[in-house]
Write a protein that binds this ligand. Structure first.
Ligand code: PAF
Length: 287
């Protein structure tokens, strides 16, 4: 039978446990999540488990990263299912605070990461990455991990977190783990539950479009406009394309030619769901 994980609801309890572990010389691994865990999250947890002596998963639907018209209220939640999945993997502790514990009365601090946050998803979700940066800063101060694992599917988020970790001198190593996909290529996401049957079939086009762009690049095409032409052609009729872009892997600035590792990224809206995905184009000479 799976071992029970400790469920901690307060900042004080979590900090005390982490202090104890670190004092005993343990490496504390952490995966931050908003719950409703799927195979994508669990692969991050397993990845963290390989390097951790003690493993913490945070489950917190963070209100500050949702816009006023976004899906905070209807974001899927199922704590008991999350808990049994995490216990089956052997997680030691789950930090699952309520909103008032993280943002008590009078809370008035912000964390902004300039530059990286107004491109790609940041352009259509103003304030989103500020909310992510704020909550991750808090979670790092509460969990005090030695390292934390984030998913490549949210490539921009991982970059923002790397930046803030460096800028604010957090003593936390950031690892990025590959995207996990359904059989037809759709990247696993908690928001996939919003898709209707027809949208679900069409949503596989995101990955196929990225792969088509990758094939053009692999045939020797370095011009971004040619690669994106193919990606957009493959996306047409799938959903409402918010962006299809090729950007520098470090700065997220658009590039014209693929001479350095480049992030090929798309965001497409399907009715109530907004899906994102990406691949990295690596020129052989930059590998
Ligand atoms: O990727 C997510 O689930 C969230 O953005 C995160 C990092 C847990 C912050 O709320």
């Amino acid at each position: 039978m799976a071992e029970r994980a400790l469920v901690l609801r307060t900042v004080g309890e979590m900090q005390a446990l982490s202090d104890e572990w670190r004092c005993q010389g343990h490496r504390v691994g952490c995966v931050t999540t908003m719950g409703y865990l799927h195979e994508g999250h669990l692969s991050l947890v397993r990845r963290a488990g390989r390097d951790a002596d003690r493993l913490v998963v945070t489950v917190f639907v963070n209100p500050t990263q949702f816009g006023p018209l976004e899906d905070f209220d209807r974001y899927p939640r199922d704590f008991e299912a999350d808990r049994s999945r995490l216990e089956a993997i052997g997680v030691d502790a789950i930090f699952a605070p309520d909103v008032a514990e993280i943002y008590p009365e009078g809370f008035s601090t912000r964390v902004e990461v300039d530059g990286l946050t107004d491109r790609l998803c940041g352009a259509s979700r103003p304030g989103h990455f500020g909310g992510v940066a704020l909550v991750v800063t808090k979670l790092f101060n509460v969990v005090k991990p030695t390292f934390a694992v984030f998913g490549q599917k949210d490539a921009q988020q991982a970059l923002v977190i790397r930046r803030l970790t460096k800028d604010l001198d957090f003593d936390v190593e950031i690892l990025v783990s590959p995207s996990i996909r359904e059989c037809d290529g759709l990247a696993k996401s908690s928001r996939n539950v919003y898709l209707t049957e027809v949208e679900r079939r069409r949503s596989a086009r995101l990955f196929h479009a990225l792969q088509a762009g990758m094939s053009v690049f692999r045939r020797g095409e370095k011009r971004v406009d040619r690669v994106l032409e193919q990606v957009r052609a493959d996306l047409s009729g799938s959903g409402e394309v918010e962006y299809a872009e090729a950007v520098d892997l470090e700065t997220l600035r658009p590039v014209e030619r693929i001479e350095e590792p480049t992030l090929l990224a798309v965001a497409v809206r399907f009715g109530g769901a907004r899906l994102i995905d990406n691949l990295i184009l690596r020129p052989p000479e930059a590998a």
